[in-house]
Design a protein around this ligand. Structure first.
Ligand SMILES: NC(=O)c1ccc[n+]([C@@H]2O[C@H](COP(=O)([O-])OP(=O)(O)OC[C@H]3O[C@@H](n4cnc5c(N)ncnc54)[C@H](O)[C@@H]3O)[C@@H](O)[C@H]2O)c1
Length: 356
C-alpha cells in the first residue's frame, strides 16, 4: 500500500515539528514547509533552524521545502507535484504584541497565507483533511467578561458553571482581539467556510497555550518555554499586569498532534474545537514561577510592569468537552509538571550546545 502523504506548514516550529516526527513515525511521506520566518519576527532567539537540523536527523521520510506560504505560485508548484492526504497548517505570525508593529505582514501570513493553502487544497487535494491551528485570541477579550474572583496566587472563575472554562460558544466579534487575533479570526472563518461551503474536511483548533520542548520561546511568544529560558539563563522576566495572577492552560505539543490524529481518522466538515491543557494543566504566572523555582532549585528573577498586554486574557481555560465528546479516545496525557520537566531538561541541553 502506498504511504499517505502529509504536508506540514510551519514544520520547524513547535507544533509543526511535533507533527513531522509523529506522522513520519507512522509511515507517512512528510513534506514540511518553513522559511524560518520566526527568526525575522523575533530575531536570533526565534531562529528555528536548530529544529530543522534535528528533524533531518530523526526522521525517515521527511522533505523540507523552504517556501513562504504567502508565495502562491510556489505553493501551487508544490501542490501540483504532490497530492496530499493530510495538511496540517501551523505556519503563522504567532504573537499578538508583535502584530502591532507589522500589521500588513501579520495579515498576509496569517489570513492570506491560510487562504492560499485552503485554495490550493481545494484545487489539487480536495479530499485531503485540512487542519488549521487557530487560537483562543479569536475570542478577543470576551473571555474577560466572565465573572472572576481574586485568589492568593491566581484569578479564578467566580461561578461553578464556568469552572471547566471557555467553550466554542463564546462570541468572536465585538471584542478587542489585537491585530494578531483578528488576522487569525479571518483565517479561522475562511477555514470554516471552506469546510461548510465546499464540504471539505476542515478542522479548526483554537489553541490555548501550546507548549513543549521544541518551542523557540521569546518574550513575545511561548509562555512556558520563555519562562524556563529566562530561569536557566539567569535573566529577568517581565510580568505584564493582572498582578501576575493571569491564568493560562498549557497543552504539550504531543497532545495537540494526538488530537489532530483523532480528527484525521474520523473527519467532518468545518468543525471548530477549543484545544488547550484544560483545567488540569492551568497555571498562573506566579504559580508557574514557583514551580520552576522548585524544579530548578534556583531563585527566579522577575519584575512587574503595571500595564497589561492589550487584549490579554485574565483567566483562560479551554473547555475541552466538545472535542472529548466527539473524539473520546483523546485525553490530556502529559501533565503540567512533566511538561515543565521536559522543557527544563531540553533547554539546559540546548544552552550548553549553544542552540536557541
Ligand atoms: N504556541 C502557542 O501558544 C499557540 C497558541 C495558540 C495558537 N497557536 C497557533 O498554532 C500554530 C503553531 O504555533 P507554534 O507555537 O508552533 O508556532 P512557531 O512559531 O513555533 O512555528 C511556526 C513556524 O512557521 C514558520 N513560518 C512563519 N511564517 C511563515 C511563512 N510565511 N511561510 C512559511 N513558514 C512560516 C516559522 O518560521 C515557524 O517555524 C500557529 O498558527 C499559532 O498561531 C499557537
Amino acid at each position: 500500500m502506498p504511504s499517505k502523504r502529509l504536508l506540514v506548514t510551519g514544520s520547524s516550529g513547535l507544533i509543526g515539528s511535533e507533527a513531522v516526527v509523529h506522522f513520519d513515525g507512522q509511515g507517512y511521506e512528510v513534506h514540511g514547509v518553513d522559511n524560518n520566518m520566526r527568526r525575522i519576527f523575533f530575531g536570533d532567539l526565534g531562529d528555528t533552524s536548530w529544529n530543522l537540523d534535528r528533524l533531518r536527523k530523526v526522521t525517515q521520510n521527511f522533505s523540507h521545502h523552504d517556501v513562504d506560504i504567502r508565495d502562491r505560485s510556489a505553493l501551487e508548484t508544490l501542490f501540483r507535484s504532490y497530492r496530499f492526504d493530510l495538511i496540517i497548517h501551523c505556519a503563522a505570525q504567532p504573537s499578538h504584541d508583535k502584530a502591532r508593529d507589522i500589521p500588513i505582514l501579520d495579515f498576509e501570513v496569517n489570513a492570506l497565507g491560510t487562504v492560499n493553502l485552503l485554495e490550493a487544497t481545494r484545487i489539487y487535494s480536495p479530499d485531503a483533511v485540512f487542519i488549521l491551528l487557530s487560537t483562543n485570541k479569536v475570542y478577543g477579550d470576551a473571555p474577560n467578561e466572565v465573572p472572576l474572583e481574586e485568589q492568593e496566587t491566581r484569578w479564578e472563575y467566580a461561578r461553578m458553571e464556568d469552572y471547566n472554562g471557555i467553550s466554542e460558544g463564546c462570541r468572536i466579534d465585538r471584542t478587542m482581539h489585537s491585530l494578531f487575533g483578528a488576522s487569525k479570526a479571518a483565517a479561522d472563518l475562511m477555514a470554516q467556510e471552506y469546510g461548510r461551503y465546499f464540504g471539505m474536511k476542515v478542522c479548526i483548533f483554537r489553541g490555548g497555550c501550546l507548549t513543549g520542548p521544541s518551542h523557540s520561546g521569546v518574550e513575545l511568544h511561548g509562555f512556558l518555554s520563555y519562562l524556563v529560558k529566562v530561569a536557566i539563563s539567569g535573566g529577568t522576566y517581565r510580568v505584564f499586569g493582572y498582578k501576575g495572577k493571569q491564568v493560562r492552560d498549557n497543552i504539550h505539543s504531543y497532545d495537540v498532534v494526538r488530537a489532530i490524529e483523532e480528527f484525521a481518522a474520523r473527519p467532518c466538515c468545518g468543525e471548530v474545537y477549543n484545544l488547550g491543557g484544560g483545567r488540569q494543566n492551568s497555571v498562573s504566572i506566579l504559580e508557574a514561577i514557583a514551580k520552576i523555582e522548585q524544579l530548578t532549585g534556583r531563585e527566579f528573577k522577575w519584575k512587574y510592569v503595571e500595564e497589561n498586554r492589550k487584549g490579554d486574557h485574565i483567566c483562560y481555560i479551554s473547555n475541552l468537552a466538545k472535542f472529548m465528546s466527539h473524539y473520546p479516545n483523546w485525553k490530556i496525557s502529559i501533565g503540567l509538571d512533566e511538561i515543565l520537566r521536559q522543557i527544563i531538561t531540553d533547554q539546559t541541553q540546548r544552552l550548553h550546545q549553544g542552540d536557541h
